[in-house]
Write a new protein. Structure first.
Length: 274
């Protein structure tokens, strides 16, 4: 079993590197704190984890906290503790020497997810539930720019953004509000063409990949990757079928443009065109 998983890793890294050498000329660029700002550091087991939202990141942070001795079990850690507790260090918090030392000696890993599924998962989480950041900041701007005859109430609260409006915002080169890590490219978040990741896991094979990774770093035997869904736990996870229902609301050209938008992620991580 390990042998197969080693081969899968070799193949994923090969495709990633080939895509980088074909499309990116930045192989010799200097790595700056900006490039490593999404990377979390676990010094005890020497792990660097690049956070990709909506690809198991809350549970990965729980695992890192347990590895670091900050909690005895992943079950004990609340969502807000994970995201707002500042228990885990980020790589950009170290000086130049500290950054390079860790990049050269720690096990670097990232977990990714099919781009459209990841996008729909983010949309459902941020816009279909009460949210006191995404509705006023993104929702208001999206509704006022893309909705004809928007009601005063919609403009005031920014709630009720439709998927089609969200996609209009995403594809608009003159976006009324900036990008957000929840729908940015993995390519931009984790700089895989600059940073040579040792391990590339996929959300779709999370349990197997995660537990293989824990085996590789020599984590305690009793630590396994948590299976629970972090938020809106009574709601079905975003599946291929659910993703198709959302994309069915778009025109063919919007679907094509969305694919073009995530083209590098599709290519680099070997996901087939939906």
């Amino acid at each position: 079993k390990w042998k197969t998983l080693y081969q899968i890793q070799g193949e994923r890294k090969r495709i990633m590197r080939e895509t980088c050498s074909k499309y990116k000329s930045n192989n010799r660029r200097i790595i700056t704190p900006y490039h490593v700002s999404r990377i979390f550091v676990e010094d005890k087991y020497r792990v660097l984890y690049c956070e990709v939202p909506k690809a198991g990141c809350s549970n990965w942070k729980r695992v890192l906290m347990v590895l670091n001795g900050l909690a005895s079990s992943t079950k004990d850690i609340q969502h807000n503790t994970v995201h707002y507790g500042n228990y885990l260090k980020r790589l950009d918090g170290f000086d130049h020497k500290g950054i390079y030392h860790r990049l050269n000696t720690y096990t670097k890993m990232l977990f990714i997810r099919e781009p459209f599924e990841k996008l729909v998962s983010a949309f459902r989480d941020k816009f279909e539930h009460p949210n006191n950041y995404y509705h006023p900041v993104f929702g208001k701007a999206i509704i006022s720019r893309y909705r004809v005859n928007a009601t005063k109430e919609a403009l005031r609260t920014g709630s009720g953004v439709k998927f089609k409006e969200f996609i209009q915002y995403l594809l608009d080169v003159h976006r009324p509000v900036g990008m957000d890590i929840h729908w940015d490219h993995v390519n931009r978040l984790c700089s895989p063409c600059l940073i040579d990741y040792d391990f590339v896991g996929k959300f779709e094979s999370m349990e197997e990949d995660a537990n293989f990774f824990l085996h590789l770093i020599g984590a305690p035997q009793n630590l396994t990757f948590p299976k629970f869904k972090d938020r809106h736990s009574n709601e079905e996870r975003t599946t291929t079928k659910i993703t198709q229902q959302y994309f069915a609301q778009l025109s063919p050209s919007q679907r094509q443009q969305s694919y073009d938008f995530y083209y590098m992620d599709y290519l680099m991580f070997n996901y087939s065109k939906p």
